[in-house]
Design a protein around this ligand. Structure first.
Ligand SMILES: [Zn+2]
Length: 123
């Protein structure tokens, strides 16, 4: 399959990490403009806001991890956690599904959305 999917928890973790870097970058920019006090203050507040947001995202990952299902990847044999009906292995990006009716079908992240679940036939 040409399309690459990555594990959701990993994706959110990457996002939270990126937010921390963005926050520090904004604060650093603020220091460059320390002669313009209001600009520096805005940059500091924005930077701290981004870092605070990343903390929130990290808490959110923690909450999600408790709901995630730990499984052994059939492809690489390592332990991974998956969220929703379809997800990818954390280690090898192997698409995985919780739903036997989706087995063998093309991996599609839209299976996680509510709309698609209604369209799927009831069992
Ligand atoms: Zn794997």
């Amino acid at each position: 399959m040409a399309l690459k999917y990555s594990n959701k928890i990993n994706k959110i973790r990457t996002f939270a990490l990126a937010l921390i870097f963005v926050g520090f970058a904004i604060m650093y920019l603020g220091l460059l403009f320390k002669d313009i006090v209001w600009l520096m203050l805005i940059a500091m507040v924005l930077g701290m806001g981004a870092i605070a947001l990343s903390t929130v995202v990290y808490f959110w990952i923690g909450m999600l991890s408790t709901k995630a299902v730990p499984i052994e990847c059939p492809s690489c044999g390592k332990h991974t956690k998956m969220l929703g009906r379809v997800d990818a292995c954390m280690h090898c990006d192997q698409p995985l599904t919780m739903d036997p009716s989706l087995e063998g079908k093309e991996f599609d992240e839209s299976y996680n959305s509510k709309k698609k679940q209604k369209e799927a036939p009831e069992q």
